[in-house]
Write a protein that binds this ligand. Structure first.
Ligand code: HEC
Length: 95
């Protein structure tokens, strides 16, 4: 029993920094229309680091979102449009 507990503690301790690191990027999304969708729909396959560190024009963001759809993202067209608009406003070039 003690060994089970020790193993569980070890696993929890090992996973804790990962959970923390994922949150760090999520918290860096600025408030705005589309923030919630981006948080929920864009973090299924990778964390949000790629997004937070990107600067793209609206055309490039639209292309990226379409690219994610092609990779299998489960996102409705109206949500994809909202996310592309949100990202264009939040992460434009040179900011
Ligand atoms: C179905 C899984 C999946 C989902 C959901 C997903 N992505 Fe991705 N994304 C990927 C893969 C695979 C890559 C390529 C990884 C690499 O190049 O290292 C990637 C790479 C990226 C990149 C870096 C490449 C680039 O185009 O600049 C960005 C930015 C990105 N994703 C944004 C998003 C956004 C925004 C969303 C939400 C609309 C999203 N992702 C949702 C799978 C996904």
């Amino acid at each position: 029993m003690q060994r089970v507990l020790a193993t569980m503690f070890f696993i929890a301790a090992a996973l804790f920094p990962i959970a923390l690191a994922a949150d760090q990027w999520t918290d860096m999304l600025p408030a705005g229309d589309g923030q919630q969708e981006t948080k929920e729909l864009c973090s299924n396959c990778h964390n949000l680091q790629k997004i937070v560190q990107s600067r793209k024009t609206p055309q490039e963001w639209e292309r990226s979102v379409n690219d994610m759809l092609a990779r299998g993202a489960q996102i409705f067209p109206d949500e994809a449009e909202k996310i592309a608009k949100y990202l264009s406003a939040s992460f434009p070039p040179g900011k």
